[in-house]
Design a protein around this ligand. Structure first.
Ligand code: PEP
Ligand code: MG
Length: 841
């Protein structure tokens, strides 16, 4: 019988079925059949056929039923292209009628026959006729035969018709109702939310039922070979006696384990042969489908039937272990294993995580700025955070936004929550660098006077109350949620070893502090790609010295104040060099506008006046003098370096003296010095002359012959355009895509949060360009800069050190553009390493 032309296909070994025409379930069932597993007869309806069904056409029902022969009961299950896209509920026991009921009473027993007929009427009434489910729910203390009679009369009462007795009618109506459900708006919106295209097709799978109910050894269940949360090998699942597939009402007494382990009765005890056959079937699926599966089965009178199999749902952690184990078992290649792990999922593994299975009492939502979970009492000031840390109480720092003086408080906190800011705001950048979970731009209101936090639902949360921050989800939860520990286990290390063996673009970390550098090495960063030195000046005593320097009136006074910073900076750099053990360290000279180091309110100004022993008016005048209309476009970066050369001179000396020091007791160091915010070649010439001079002086004084590399940050559009000129004086060009994005769009990175949501929602920008590299615009500048730089100076090293450096898409772009390495926050280093490997695998 040639059923092909009728729009359905008996699934056999031959004639391959594709997920793109018949859906993933149909394809998987064919694979099971090809493995000679005991799969009942199955027919697949293609997307086109199901579409035609929804439009009112019908297949040749006689031909379809011919495949199954007489006296079969059938099931219909959805088969969308991707399992995640969902589909209508499966419907079982199609074809039940009074005559079949009588026959089955003889073969399976009266109870089983009643139960099967009852379920058949219930499913048909609810899913096909769309009758009220409550009318078909009965108290289980009622005899099954009475429930059946009640269901049949409820059906007649509601439809004014008898329950249809012909299998052709039942099956056609089931197929139609499932086809129409898929075509409906609700289902379409639901699957689109999961990434399905608007016109995604639905296939249907019609299968002969194996009976799970009857007098004797009957039942159904699922089996899997690993744990869903850990990926650890263990036979898991369950067997439910006297049941079929997913049941709404399960008699708990009938649920038993699969494996004999002393917890209670098991399938292994009950039916050792069927159990052994089942385990062998699951192992065969794993080996041949090259994936961990969840296998559905039915046992009919002691005989095993394999009904279906799906890819086992799993946590990120289990996914990693499963992939590595499959590769180690020779079932998949190492390259396959690398590609099976979404690179971003690694961030989830390397932080403590809020347990997704736990209770989630969401207090507020914001931008997921730094991943991981943290539990602590909320505090509103950095001082309170430090006090809390001193008491040994973990705390979450809640601020409107953070400023340099909050760094200490952030260090003392296990998590940071801010009302304002976007992905490159101060809080976000610092938190990522520290590896502290952080949510910014949250929909809360902070009342600093009352020290309370008003949630979107109007509730007030007071200082000291317990909260859980989920920096991966961008949410804060009330109370202490259940947590999962980070997993840097054998499986992770193995996968990363494979990744490093094949990738061809370097990965460094942005790190300013010894802790961050240690974290970078721990995550196997190949060096530091950006050390933002200004962060070193925000701490304690140094801030005071910085402020004295800012208040100096002459070059002399400034040099004197700054000289006091020299030993501190030298110690900072020596420590960084030591930690990095000869791996390159790229130190960026001072970048921010000076006013960032001054207090922003009157109380702060008064405190400063006292500390410096100056009249308050002097202090306020100086603050005013330093204030700029557009500080981010003002006197910062190299402009400051050229105007106040003492700062760069001190930093260069600190770097070189630290080089000599560190090289004495450890690996030889070749420091890299980077000039920020360059827009003209002459800027580089001036700084280079100055830094060369300092190097010569230190070489003389110490009698050691170190070398160093001077490079330029390309973060203004002009620097990208003039990269050819600039590269003549630079050993490397490192593209700062944060500022480059800000200046390419003319969009303040600190204020963009206000309208970014509206812009993204209305499709003005496809994504927040501070989050996802704007390939079309900013990317073009990167390409131009890279090409012009390389053309003029073929050996110039090219790098990216903006926040985008850790994004898999940006890494793909940078590799294609010929960059040598990317540099990102330490916690994103593993993501970058894996993403880079996936480009080669
Ligand atoms: C940049 O602008 O991309 C950069 C890395 O520097 P910062 O974020 O410190 O301005
Ligand atoms: Mg910058």
């Amino acid at each position: 019988h040639n059923v092909e032309s009728l729009g359905f296909t008996r699934i056999k070994r031959v004639a391959p079925i594709s997920a793109g025409t018949h859906g993933g379930r149909a394809k998987c069932l064919q694979r099971l059949i090809r493995l000679d597993l005991p799969v009942p007869k199955t027919v697949a309806l293609s997307f086109d056929t199901v579409h035609a069904l929804a439009e009112g056409q019908q297949p040749d029902m006689d031909a379809l039923l011919d495949v199954f022969g007489e006296k079969q009961l059938l099931s219909v299950r959805p088969s969308s292209e991707v399992a995640d896209w969902g589909g209508p509920n499966a419907i079982l026991n199609i074809g039940m009628n009074a005559a079949r009921h009588d026959e089955l009473a003889k073969t399976l027993g009266q109870d089983a026959a009643d139960a099967l007929y009852l379920r058949s009427v219930q499913a048909y009434a609810v899913h096909v006729e769309k009758l009220d489910p409550e009318l078909f729910e009965f108290d289980n203390s009622m005899a099954t035969s009475d429930q059946l009679n009640a269901a049949l009369s409820a059906y007649e009462g509601e439809t004014d018709e008898d329950f249809p007795q012909q299998i052709e009618i039942q099956l056609l109506q089931v197929l139609r109702s499932m086809a129409r459900a898929w075509a409906g708006t609700t289902a379409r919106l639901l699957r689109q939310a999961k990434g399905a295209p608007a016109d995604a097709g639905l296939g249907l799978v019609v299968q002969a039922m194996a009976f799970g109910l009857g007098n004797g050894d009957y039942g159904s269940g699922v089996i899997q070979l690993v744990d869903n949360d850990t990926g650890e090998p263990i036979v898991k699942g369950r067997f439910i006696r006297q049941s079929q597939g997913r049941e709404t009402q399960v008699n708990e007494r009938n649920v038993i384990y699969l494996t004999k382990d002393g917890r209670g009765p098991s399938l292994e005890d009950l039916l050792p042969e069927a159990y052994a056959q089942l385990v062998a079937a699951a192992q065969l699926c794993r080996a041949k489908l090259r994936e961990e599966m969840e296998v559905k089965f039915t046992i009919e009178n002691g005989k095993l039937h394999i009904i279906d199999a799906i890819r086992l749902p799993r946590s990120s952690r289990a996914a990693l272990r499963i992939a590595v184990q499959l590769a180690e078992d020779g079932i998949i290649s190492k390259d396959d294993a690398l590609c099976r792990i979404p690179a971003r999922s690694l961030t989830e593994l390397l932080h403590p995580q809020v347990d997704p299975a736990g209770v989630r009492d969401v207090a507020c939502r914001g931008i997921a700025a730094s991943p991981g979970g943290a539990v602590g009492k909320i505090v509103f000031t950095s001082a309170a955070a430090q006090a809390s840390e001193a008491r040994g109480e973990p705390c979450i720092l809640v601020r409107r936004e953070t400023a340099p003086e909050d760094i200490r408080g952030m260090h003392s906190s296990v998590g940071v929550l801010t009302e304002r800011g976007g992905v490159t705001s101060h809080a976000a950048v610092i938190a990522r660098g520290m590896g502290v979970p952080c949510v910014v731009g949250a929909d809360v209101r902070i009342n600093s006077r009352a020290n309370t936090l008003t949630l979107p639902d109007g509730r007030d949360i007071r200082e000291g109350e317990m909260m859980t921050l989920d920096g991966s989800a961008g949410e804060a939860l009330l109370g202490a949620a259940k947590m999962l520990p980070p997993a840097k286990d054998y499986w992770y290390l193995q996968l990363m070893e494979w990744a490093d063996a094949i990738r061809d673009i370097g990965v460094r970390a942005n790190a300013d502090t010894p802790d961050a550098a240690a974290m970078a090495r721990n995550f196997k960063a190949q060096g530091i790609g950006l050390c933002r030195t200004e962060h070193m000046f925000f701490e304690g005593d140094r801030l005071t010295v910085m402020r004295e320097m800012i208040f100096a009136q002459t070059h002399e006074d400034r040099r004197e104040a700054i000289a006091r910073l020299l030993p501190m900076q030298r110690a900072d750099f020596t420590e960084l060099f030591d930690i990095m053990q000869g791996h390159p360290v790229c130190i960026r000279l001072f970048d921010p506008p000076l006013h960032e180091f001054l207090p922003s309110d009157r109380a702060g100004a008064k405190e400063l006046a006292e500390a410096l022993d100056l009249p308050l008016s002097d202090v306020t005048r100086r603050i005013e003098w330093l204030s700029e209309f557009n500080p981010m476009l003002g006197m910062r970066g190299v402009r400051l370096g050229i105007t106040f050369p003492e700062i760069y001179e001190m930093q260069a000396r600190a770097i070189f003296e630290a080089t000599v020091e560190a090289s004495k007791h450890g690996d030889a160091v070749v420091p890299e010095i980077m000039i920020p915010l360059v827009s003209a070649k002459r800027e580089v010439e001036l700084v280079k002359t100055q830094v060369d001079g300092v190097a010569a002086a230190v070489r003389n004084e110490t009698g050691s012959a170190f070398t160093y590399r001077l490079g330029v940050m390309v973060e203004t559009p002009r620097a990208a355009l003039r990269a050819g000129d600039i590269a003549q004086h630079a050993a490397f060009l490192s593209f700062g895509t944060n500022d480059l994005t800000q200046m390419t769009y003319g969009l303040s990175r600190d204020d963009a949060g206000r309208f970014m949501n509206a812009y993204v929602q209305q499709g003005v920008f496809p994504e927040d360009p501070f989050h996802t590299l704007d390939i079309d615009g900013v990317g073009e500048l990167l390409n131009i800069g890279a090409a012009r730089g390389r053309a003029m100076s073929p050996n110039v090293t090219l790098a990216v050190c903006g926040e985008h450096g850790g994004n898999p898409e940006s890494i793909a772009f940078c590799r294609a553009a010929g960059f040598d390495y990317v540099s990102c926050s330490p916690f994103r280093v593993p993501v970058a390493r894996l993403a880079a490997a996936q480009l080669v695998a």
